[in-house]
Design a protein. Structure first.
Length: 525
């Protein structure tokens, strides 16, 4: 560690412990500790006295002899590990006994030096521990900032906690990024595979944007929404910001690309909540601009020029009802495609399309109910526009829903429950990682739990719990065979909160424990 860095950093506290005062004094005076960034807060002559000093003053590093009257160095190390786990400890011993060193390592001692102590070796050990302590503090500070930023993004101005004191900068900016065409490229990925993409996403921003004068703190507010706080230690002009940001988002990322909503620059950190909302809102314009970098200039431009023609829902409903009852799939698809051609031509935003879509289905439900078709009584789940974040994704969702309606009407004369159960199964496949209950699925479908249980068993041949367990165990088997995740992590990933219950269910379905299954698969590969 350089001298200038040491002088400019807050001094770390060191406690020297030895039952011989002359040795304590020698260790204290032989080295210029302040030059290294260390303040020697005192000396103690046995372990108990050392603990008393630490209770009063704390200590970042303890330098202790191993053999002392009363509580010796090994006993002190054990207490330090239990009571002050972040404190670093160096043991000094006059004995080349491996057993002492082995015990010291087991007790978490950071280094073990032999007497007579080589001064240069001791300085080197202490410098390493200083770096470790400061790195831990920095990481702790980053975690505190991440928690604060998460709450700012999620709760907005309702979250009134002040920014952490470690967050210092002259100029700030929020970058809200998301993967384009999410549904088309990422919806089918396993949790582990998508987790790697998220890690690469953050690393990409850090590697391409971070500089000594510009630091980034990133948190996921949604699986496809990364909020990044850019902290600059000096004022940058709009041109300088653009010069840094533009190359990052002009390049492809993974299977698609990243688009970024960029807030205005601000200097008051208390503005962060509003700037998070501002940057996230800009992402909506990507479907209109197809530009990867969107700032407030785009918002201003579109707000004054965009006046989309209202969509004629009534005419579409009439055409759809006719095509559906004729079981004309081609006409149904033509109507869906025409609807989205209109949305593109009129520059509809995705939330506006969703509003039209919900109204469309409300009218369809009303028309079909009059014809005795009651399978649409379930509550439709609105698509998540961070996942369905393109015209094509919503168009495909529309096509699937219209296909479901064709099947509903086809089944209406024989088994009207078929379509409801298919919707339920699709919902279960999306939610099985949660603590999902049959009553919750029934509530989502807007039917009674007893009726849901009856039609579900009639259609699948299985009760809800049995169906859920089979689905989860199949997913668990795939993860056991393809990942190195711990068994309890896999249990949580597939929806089991109780590890023992997961093992019991797994064994009842496969005849072996998860560990035995993993071992068997490993031996077969």
């Amino acid at each position: 560690m350089g001298n200038n860095a040491a002088r400019n950093s807050k001094l770390l506290k060191m406690l020297i412990v030895d039952d011989e005062p002359i040795i304590c004094k020698g260790l204290r005076c032989t080295i210029d500790w302040s030059e290294l960034g260390i303040e020697v807060i005192g000396e103690a002559y046995d372990g108990e006295e050392a603990l008393q000093v630490m209770e009063r003053s704390g200590a970042d590093i303890v330098l202790s002899d191993i053999r002392m009257d009363g509580m010796d160095g090994l006993q002190l190390a054990e207490q330090v590990r239990l009571r002050f786990p972040e404190t670093k400890m160096i043991i000094i011993s006059g004995y080349e006994d491996f057993e002492y060193a082995r015990q010291a390592i087991r007790l978490g001692v950071d280094d073990y030096l032999l007497k007579p102590v080589d001064v240069d070796e001791l300085i080197g050990v202490v410098e390493t521990l200083i770096q470790d302590v400061r790195k831990q503090r920095q990481e702790g500070g980053i975690e505190e900032i991440k928690l604060w930023l998460t709450n700012m993004a999620r709760h907005g101005i309702a979250y009134r906690k002040a920014a952490p004191s470690s967050l210092k900068g002259v100029q700030f900016r929020i970058l809200a990024t998301q993967l384009t065409s999410f549904q088309e490229h990422y919806a089918g990925l396993a949790q582990e595979a998508y987790g790697l993409i998220q890690e690469n996403w953050i690393s990409c921003l850090q590697q391409k944007l971070e500089r000594p004068d510009l630091q980034l703190v990133s948190v996921f507010d949604h699986e496809n929404l990364l909020i990044t706080l850019a902290v600059s230690d000096h004022w940058m002009t709009p041109g300088e910001w653009l010069e840094r940001l533009e190359p990052v988002f002009s390049q492809p990322f993974s299977k698609s690309s990243l688009c970024c909503g960029v807030s205005e620059v601000y200097s008051g950190i208390e503005e962060t909540a509003g700037r998070c909302a501002e940057a996230s809102e800009l992402l909506r314009l990507y479907v209109l601009e197809n530009e990867p970098l969107l700032d407030m200039e785009y918002s201003t431009r579109w707000s004054g020029t965009r006046e989309p023609t209202p969509f004629n829902i009534t005419a579409l409903v009439q055409g759809l009802v006719s095509a559906l009852f004729k079981q004309d799939g081609e006409e149904t698809e033509r109507l869906a495609a025409g609807m989205f051609d209109f949305f593109r031509a009129e520059a509809y935003l995705l939330p506006e399309i969703l509003t039209v879509y919900e109204e469309l289905f409300a009218l369809l439900r009303q028309r079909l109910r009059k014809s005795g078709i009651t399978g649409m009584e379930y509550s439709r789940q609105s698509p998540d526009l961070y996942l369905y974040n393109s015209y094509d994704a919503l168009a495909e969702l529309t096509r699937r829903d219209f296909t479901d309606l064709l099947e509903l009407i086809e089944q209406s004369g024989t088994d009207r429950s078929y379509w409801i159960v298919e919707k339920a199964k699709r919902y279960i496949e999306e939610q099985y990682r949660t603590d999902l209950k049959a009553s919750e699925v029934a509530a989502w479908l807007k039917i009674t739990p007893s009726y849901f249980s009856y039609i579900f068993k009639q259609s699948t041949g299985k009760g809800f719990t049995e169906y859920m367990n089979e689905l989860r165990i199949e997913q668990a088997k795939a993860l056991l065979a393809s990942t190195h995740d711990k068994v309890f992590e896999i249990a949580d990933q597939v929806g089991y909160r109780e590890y023992k219950y997961f093992v019991s269910v797994f064994k009842s379905h496969t005849g072996m424990t998860p560990k035995e299954y993993r071992g068997l698969r490993a031996s077969q590969s």
